[in-house]
Design a protein around this ligand. Structure first.
Ligand code: PMP
Length: 364
């Protein structure tokens, strides 16, 4: 959709990335690291000061202690962390439960391992997890469940009750959890992010994934981290050592500088909530129905009162004819389920959001 947007000179709210600059402080920290000569391979697990800062941050936020040497690894983005975690523990014949609509990197990694993705759909209209269904999908073959909160593209968040259900369903099993928490600092309306770190029983069987790209508005820097208890991390690093080995060294030093001030990540929710509210207000009289957005930097729009075209065709038409690019939600389902929903990204300058709203308000 981004390629189509460029081709047709459309306002691009499709792919999830900011169109505004990251902070001067972050750019200066990166420049300093490079000028200080910190340009060679980092240790395989990441630079120690950053791992220590992550351990402190995780304790401050979630009260859970980890060993920076054996339980934290810096990775070149959350996508590769998820891929590596799956490669490390999932094998041929295993099943992995994936909750749809889902971020698109989960299924290919599972299939590459020769394992089978088993799908459970988020429930309409609030995109909550269908634990009753998941209970019926768990079998002796289930190796892993992948959860994601705040959820892309559903924009829903897991509550304490969701984690309790997950704990209950997986109790006395060896099922491993990947908790994709890349939007942990983009959560709205005062809701407190419920991390897997908060649930000891699950945290001990989980790979918990975070991304600096989302938090610090630098998706192109592709740097993140993964936390897991030592026995799981040992397996993770066996793959990480050979598929990545390490991630971009100067960025690790720069993010370590940023983590010294917790306001750099604690202010991100308010920043994006203002953009969400602006977008929702500007579209309040449009022909689209605006679904709640509780977290992430995405908003779902229901166009069922405007058109009965399928979402893929409708999104293409909007890009080509109306010059606004969105993502059809069907692209996040293995069976291309069409709910007449489009996902837009509001991680954009307010002028971009205004330009987008002007177009969307004229689509009837
Ligand atoms: N998980 C989810 C849910 C995402 O939305 C994204 C980015 N779109 C990622 C993981 C990947 O993050 P990264 O850019 O750090 O690889």
């Amino acid at each position: 959709m981004s390629a189509l947007a460029r081709q047709h000179d459309a306002v691009n709210l499709s792919q999830g990335f900011p169109d505004f600059a990251c902070s001067v402080q972050l750019r200066e920290a990166l420049t300093k690291a490079m000028n200080d000569g910190l340009n060679q391979y980092a240790p395989m697990q990441g630079i120690l000061p950053l791992r220590e800062s992550i351990v402190k941050k995780t304790f401050d936020l979630y009260g859970k202690t980890y060993n920076p040497d054996t339980e934290v690894t810096i990775v070149p983005g959350a996508t590769i962390a998820i891929f590596t975690a799956i490669m490390a523990v999932v094998h041929e014949g295993d099943e992995v439960i994936i909750i749809e609509p889902a971020y698109d990197c989960y299924v290919p990694a599972v299939e590459l391992c020769g394992a089978t993705p088993v799908f459970s759909g988020l429930m309409f209209p609030d995109f909550s997890i269908n634990w009753e269904e998941i209970k019926t999908l768990v079998s002796s073959k289930t190796k892993m469940i992948i959860v994601n909160s705040p959820q892309n593209p559903g924009t829903s968040v897991m509550l304490a009750s969701d984690w309790e259900k997950l704990a209950e369903i997986t109790r006395d099993t060896n099922i491993i959890v990947i908790s994709d928490e890349v939007y942990e600092h983009i959560i709205f309306d005062g809701i407190k992010h419920q991390s897997a770190h908060l649930y000891e029983e699950l945290a001990d069987r989980s790979f918990i994934v975070s991304s600096f790209g989302k938090t610090y508005h630098v998706t192109g820097w592709k740097t993140g981290y993964i936390i897991a208890k030592e026995s799981l991390m040992k397996e993770f690093r066996k793959v990480h050592q050979y598929n990545a080995f390490c991630s971009f060294t100067p960025a690790q030093w720069a993010f370590n500088t940023m983590l010294q001030d917790d306001s750099t990540y604690l202010s991100v929710s308010d920043f994006y909530q203002a953009k969400r509210d602006l977008m929702q207000n500007m579209l309040s009289k449009s022909g689209f129905k605006i679904l709640p957005s509780r977290g992430s930097y995405f908003q779902l729009l229901d166009y069922s009162e405007i058109s009965d075209m399928n979402d893929y065709e409708f999104a293409r038409k909007l890009t080509i004819e109306n010059k606004i690019a969105t993502i059809p939600l069907s692209s996040f389902y293995h069976n291309k389920k069409d709910n007449k929903l489009l996902r837009i990204c509001f991680a954009k300058e307010n002028d971009t959001l205004q330009a987008a709203a002007n177009i969307l308000n004229h689509i009837r």
